[in-house]
Design a binder for this molecule. Structure first.
Ligand SMILES: Cc1cc2nc3c(=O)[nH]c(=O)nc-3n(C[C@H](O)[C@H](O)[C@H](O)COP(=O)(O)OP(=O)(O)OC[C@H]3O[C@@H](n4cnc5c(N)ncnc54)[C@H](O)[C@@H]3O)c2cc1C
Length: 389
């Protein structure tokens, strides 16, 4: 089989890249190791920067987003049993929108399939060849070993994918930081309360309350790295969330059936080499951020916008942008990684933490809420400015 661009991975990065290329008259084939059902059921992120919403609109991925996306203009911090509201929307009308990553993935797959364009599910990529000359992807599907020849390969295969290892010296140009805790996430059929939405800094650890839809709440608890997913009953989970999110009103969360549970280790990772010959990597294949800033999906969208432009020019014989792809992408990646780590450092309880450490964390939160410069910094970072896609 032959195509112009071989894309590894049907996550948001690979699917959106294929869509942008398609709108620019460039054909691609997507190879995805998981089944279609598995990919559609994967929950993950849900907070979109304005730049991400604008990008999805620009490429026609907005019918359901415009109908069901939930704009939000402020967030809340809870600590010392008090509630502190901070405005995120700015005077230019930019704000955040809640719309699940699983729905973006479904929208992109539906559009691609309606156009009769190829996504090969359960196609596990095993090797890449000819990266400086004639690229080829070897994959296994239905027990058979097959080859996809292409002009260029986009590795959008996530943190555990194969493509990064084909970039020479990628490990030597990578940085990994592991945080000493995980996030235990639940999805619940419980209408989120607007006044109970935000980040709690509590002596027992962080808690996050967010929405997935008018009927679904997405909630997180900081837990130890060795936390067992079934070690808490549903009542214990709700009690712990209410305890950490306590405020002066005493309002509890709306409770409802818990339909999904997951545990994710918090880490930050950046590979500074994102391109080699006719291979480039994008999204989680190149970087991971701790979820406190809700930036992973937004960063992936920024990468593929840039990469689509670089690939288009490369096919027309101009390699200038492609040769600067890593440098330009990193100008947005590093500040975002830094911000996501700052959020994590301010909100979690660390092993051996002292009262002094906690007071300093409160000072950081107080700065974001009560000082003009701190509020502006917080707003710009949450909106993805000045590094917006
Ligand atoms: C468990 C988890 C929970 C998360 N929760 C949040 C959250 O709550 N909030 C937030 O903001 N962000 C969250 N994120 C981050 C966000 O979801 C990611 O940044 C986003 O998914 C990045 O998209 P991507 O397309 O780059 O990678 P992915 O979504 O990981 O997609 C990569 C795709 O490549 C496929 N693949 C991998 N290897 C191969 C191979 N060899 N052959 C073929 N296909 C392959 C994978 O199956 C996958 O479909 C979470 C991430 C994870 C992993």
């Amino acid at each position: 089989m032959k195509t112009q661009i071989g894309i590894i991975g049907a996550g948001p990065a690979g699917l959106l890249l294929a869509r942008i290329l398609q709108m620019n008259g460039i054909e691609s084939v997507i190879l995805e190791r998981r089944s279609r059902d598995y990919v559609l059921a994967r929950l993950r992120a849900g907070v979109l920067e304005q730049g991400t919403v604008d990008t999805l609109r620009a490429y026609g991925v907005n019918e359901r987003l415009d109908r069901d996306g939930m704009p939000h203009e402020q967030t809340t911090f809870y600590w010392n049993e008090r509630r502190h509201v901070i405005v995120i929307a700015d005077e230019a009308g930019r704000r955040l929108t809640t719309y699940g990553q699983n729905r973006i993935v479904e929208d992109l797959i539906t559009l691609r399939e309606a156009d009769g364009l190829p996504i090969l599910f359960e196609a596990q990529v095993e090797a890449l060849d000819g990266l400086t000359d004639r690229p080829a992807i070897t994959y296994v599907q239905d027990g058979a070993r097959k080859t996809l020849e292409c002009d260029f390969i986009a590795g959008c295969d996530g943190y555990l994918g194969v493509s990064r290892r084909y970039i020479p010296d990628a490990d030597a140009h990578s940085y990994l930081h592991e945080f000493p805790f995980s996030w235990f996430g639940i999805l619940a059929e419980a209408p989120p309360k607007p006044e109970k939405r935000g980040f709690a800094h509590h002596v027992r650890g962080l808690a996050v309350a967010s929405a997935r839809s008018p009927r679904q709440s997405r909630l997180y608890l900081q837990v130890d790295p060795d936390f067992e997913i079934d070690s808490m009953s549903d009542d214990q989970i709700w009690d712990e969330l209410d305890l950490r999110l306590t405020d002066e009103t005493g309002t509890p969360l709306n409770r409802g059936p818990i339909t999904e549970k997951s545990v994710a280790r918090l880490r930050a990772f950046v590979c500074e080499r994102m391109q080699h010959g006719k291979l480039a990597i994008a999204g989680d294949a190149a970087h991971i951020v701790p979820p406190s800033g809700a930036k992973g999906l937004n960063l992936a969208v920024g990468d593929v916008r840039l990469l689509a432009e670089a690939i288009g020019r490369h096919l027309r014989g101009d390699d200038d942008l492609l040769s600067r792809y890593s440098e330009l992408a990193l100008q947005r990646i590093w500040p975002t990684v830094h911000w996501s780590c700052l959020m994590s450092e301010a909100l979690h309880v660390f092993p051996g933490q002292t009262g002094f450490d906690t007071r300093r964390q409160h000072m950081t939160l107080d700065h974001w809420i009560n000082s003009e410069t701190g509020s502006r910094r917080f707003r710009e970072a949450m909106l993805g400015l000045p590094y917006a896609v």
